[in-house]
Each structure stands twice: as C-alpha cells, then as structure tokens.
Design a protein around this ligand. Structure first.
Ligand code: NAP
Length: 461
C-alpha cells in the first residue's frame, strides 16, 4: 500500500506542477485549475486510504459537502471581492498548519521516544508561519472588507516591538528544545506568532494590500511545507513549496509594479500615505466631454488604447467595451488594451474580466510592451482606472505612489477618462492627468456611458 500511496503522491505532485505551468497563461488557466484540483483530490484520497481514516462512502460524503460549499461561494462571491476570499483562504491554510503543529507537539511530547530535532524545528516554524499567516490574513480580510480602516495603523516603536517579539520567540524556541515536555514555552510561541501576524499587517496601507495578500499566500505555502516535514508527507512538502515559491515570485512582481522593496514589505509598516497639499498637488481644472463628442473622437481615430481599471469591474463594463471594440474594428481602427499589473483589486483582474467578455488574449498588452506606443496613439480611453495612469508617480516625489511604474496614457494625442465623478482611486490621491490639456472627462457609470457611446457610433455607421 505504501508504494501505491507514494506513486499517488508523485502523480499529484506532477499534476500540481503542470497546473501551475498552465496557470501562467490566461487561456490555459482553467485547465491548470482542473489539473491541480484533481491532484489534490488524489493526494487526499491516498492519504485517507493509507491511514485508514475514512471509508469510500465517508469520503464521497465529504467531497460532496466540501464541493457544494465551494461551489456556493465560488458562484456567490463577486469578482471585486475575490481578494477578500483569497485572504480568508490563506488564513485558513495558515490555521490548519498551526493546528497540526500544535497537535503533533502534544501527541509526540507524551510519547517515550518524544520529538526529534527535525520534528521540533518543523513544529516551531509551522507555529510561527502558520500563526502569522492566520492572524495577518484575518486583518487583511477585515481591512479589505472595510470592517477595519484601510489606513495604516501605526504607533511609535512599532518595528522595535516586532523585533523584540521575534527575539523572545527565538529564546522561547530554544527553551522548547531544552524542555520539550513543558507546554509553557510552546504557549509563548503561540501567543507571539498570533500577535506578530496582527502587528505586521495593521501598519500596511490600502495601496500595498495586493503585496500583503500575495506574501501571505506565500507564507501559507511555507507553513504547509513545514507541516509536511512534521507529518513526513511528501506531497504536502511539494504543494507547500509550490505555493510558497509562486507566492514569493508574485510578491516580487507586485513589489516591482508598486515600487516597493521586498525588505520593506517583510518589515511591515509600508504603504503609509502622505496627505496634505504636497501630495495632492494644485487644484485641477478639467474639461468635460459628452457621449456624442466622445463617439466622434472614436470615429475619427486610427488607433485606440483602452486602459481598464477597477471602475470597469465595478460597472461590469467589459461586455459593452467589447461592443465598442467591434464598432472601432469595423472602422479599421487599431484597438488594443493596456494592462497594468496592479489594475483592479487583484493580480490578473482585468485579464479575467476581459476574457469573460470574449476579448481575445492577443489584444491585451502588458505595460512594458505597450508603454512606448502611447505617444503614437490617437485616443486613449481610460475606463475606471485612476492610480495606474496617475503621472504623479513620475513627477511628484511627495506622492505616496511616486516611483510606481504607470501606463503612459497622458502621452497620447487625446485621452478620454470614463468615471462617475472626481472621486479618488485606491491610493486616495488626486490625479493631475484629469487636468491635462489633452484630457477629457466622460462622467457617469462606465457601462451606461459606453453603452450610449456605442449607440451613437452605431447611428453614425
Ligand atoms: P483605482 O485607482 O482604484 O480607481 C478606480 C476608479 O474607478 C475610481 O477613481 C472611481 O472613480 C472609478 N469608478 C468606480 N466605479 C465606477 C463606475 N461604476 N464607473 C466608472 N468609474 C468608476 O483603480 P486602478 O487604476 O485600477 O488602480 C488600482 C489600485 O488598486 C492601485 O492603487 C493598486 O495598487 C490597488 N490595488 C490593486 C490590487 C491588484 O492586485 N490589482 C489589489 C488591491 C489594491 P469615481 O468614484 O469617480 O467613479
């Protein structure tokens, strides 16, 4: 049986690796998801059978129950709420590792042969990473859900307290090694890990939340990996390493896109917004455009780049944007989309929405590939994007987003911005682009206004 289980684990690991590979391309992502899910099912069934933990009818009942709950939430959750859901997933992943580490400690510390060094190191790491992931993710969830202020919560000596807690953790960990039978030191580890999770996430402000989510994702993988060593379970080690490594890679990509260093992220206390006139800049004078005039601008353009942002997701404007694209392509207008890595509220947010509207992947161009083309473009249509086209990232050293790479929408001949009001974006700052001479504001809900623009264009043709 053991050999069969190891073979099942090997197949699961291969499926996970293939799954991750497919997830790298939007068009293969569904396939990647299915492969990984099959891998996970195989690993769970092999484990349950091997340890004689459940009969097949019991397993089927559990799979059905879990499947129904999963399906319900997958269908119910709005696309804009996915980051909250990911935060909860990460948190529960961390909690599971944390709980396994504790139960293993208490079980083995009662046994004659006790705990070996590898066991103890894995348990301590699982408690630290799992505990930090759990409470950190819960704070991230509450912040994203608006139940706790998205503003950074800071106080004097915050980093020093974190450092002191870490030192006490290391001392308590050494004492656990010296007295594995004494539950007091393990209790100290538990409390410090849980408190550290809260303290490292509360000082992080809204604009950097994507980095936190992907970092916590990576932590949950590392915690699972440590748990794999505790349970001597190879597939858990492989799955945990894959999540840990991919999470770190995504974190680095996010850091680059938001101009934050990883050290800065790991220390916490980043993303604090600078307020006041220096960050907000001078009063912005804007020019409005109506739907009819906007339709004429589209009609006379020979190249259009759409910059989608969070507002497109809120308005669910992706389908009507496809209609706009069809109208433009009928007129032989070169029509593309510029995708900023942190546009929206989660990595790949825009790609998923546009794919849902059947817009072909080759129309979606990444920031590095398209940024030089803006200056040769007739018309840039910014749909519900704000921070990702804010030139303050280039020009205003006092701005909290200074240094963040942005899409060069302002360099186009004409820019039309579709949004409801002069409302700010996620970073909570003004956007000087809206006052530029080449920029026109098309106010209203994106779906409604674009529907009217498309209507005008249909009448013109
Ligand atoms: P943004 O800066 O948050 O701006 C979104 C804009 O959409 C708002 O200014 C809002 O203006 C407009 N809007 C809202 N509802 C709308 C509607 N129904 N119709 C038309 N417009 C609407 O968005 P972004 O440019 O996509 O930038 C993303 C921001 O989120 C960045 O700061 C990024 O760091 C952060 N973030 C990203 C992620 C990620 O992983 N992608 C995760 C979390 C946070 P009005 O209110 O005036 O309409």
């Amino acid at each position: 049986m053991s050999n069969l289980v190891q073979i099942a684990y090997l197949i699961s690991s291969i499926l996970f690796i293939l799954g991750i590979k497919f997830l790298g391309k939007t068009k293969d992502a569904r396939k990647g998801n299915v492969l990984s899910a099959v891998g996970m099912l195989l690993a769970i069934v092999a484990t349950l059978v091997n340890l004689n933990l459940a009969t097949f009818p019991e397993m089927l009942a559990c799979v059905l129950l879990g499947g129904v709950i999963g399906l319900y939430y997958a269908r119910k959750v709005e696309m804009t709420k996915i980051p909250e859901m990911v935060a909860l997933f990460n948190g529960f992943g961390g909690l599971a590792s944390f709980a396994v580490a504790l139960s293993d400690f208490f079980l083995k510390s009662q046994l004659i042969e006790g705990l070996d060094t590898v066991n103890l190191i894995s348990i301590i790491l699982s408690i630290l990473i799992g505990g930090v992931t759990f409470t950190g993710s819960m704070v991230a969830f509450l912040k994203l859900d608006g139940k706790v202020s998205g503003q950074p919560i800071t106080f004097k000596g915050q980093h020093l307290i974190n450092l002191m807690l870490l030192i006490v953790f290391v001392v308590a960990a050494v004492l656990v090694f010296l007295n594995p039978g004494n539950p007091l030191f393990i209790a100290v580890l538990v409390v410090i890990a849980l408190v550290l999770g809260i303290l490292t996430v509360i000082p992080i402000g809204g604009a950097d939340m994507p980095v936190v989510i992907s970092l916590l994702n990576s932590y949950s993988g590392m915690a699972a990996c440590a748990t794999g060593f505790i349970l001597n379970n190879n597939v858990l080690i492989v799955a945990g390493s894959l999540v840990g490594a991919s999470g770190i890679i995504l974190t680095q990509i996010m850091c680059k896109a938001m101009n934050r260093s990883l050290v800065n992220v790991l220390l916490g206390g980043f993303g604090q917004t600078v307020s006041g006139p220096a960050a907000d800049g001078p009063q912005i004078v804007i020019k409005e455009v109506g739907v009819e005039e906007a339709a004429m601008l589209f009609d006379s353009a020979s190249s259009v780049i759409v910059v989608p942002g969070y507002g497109m997701a809120v308005a669910q404007a992706q389908h009507v944007i496809r209609e706009l694209m069809e109208q433009c392509e009928k007129r032989n207008i070169d029509f593309r989309f510029a995708i900023h890595p942190v546009a929206g509220r989660m990595p790949g947010h825009m790609n998923v929405l546009l794919a849902e509207a059947n817009i072909s992947y080759d129309k979606l161009i990444e920031m590095e590939a398209i940024n030089d083309d803006f200056s040769n473009t007739d018309l840039v249509f910014v749909v519900g994007a704000n921070d990702v086209v804010n030139p303050a990232a280039r020009t205003n050293p006092a701005s909290p987003i200074f240094g963040m790479p942005i899409l060069n929408a302002d360099k186009a001949r004409t820019v039309i911005v579709s949004k409801r009001s002069m409302g700010k974006g996620y970073a909570g700052i003004e956007n000087e682009l809206f006052g530029y001479p080449n920029c026109l504001m098309l106010f209203g809900d994106a779906k409604q206004t674009i529907t009217k623009v498309v209507g005008e264009m249909k009448e013109m043709s």
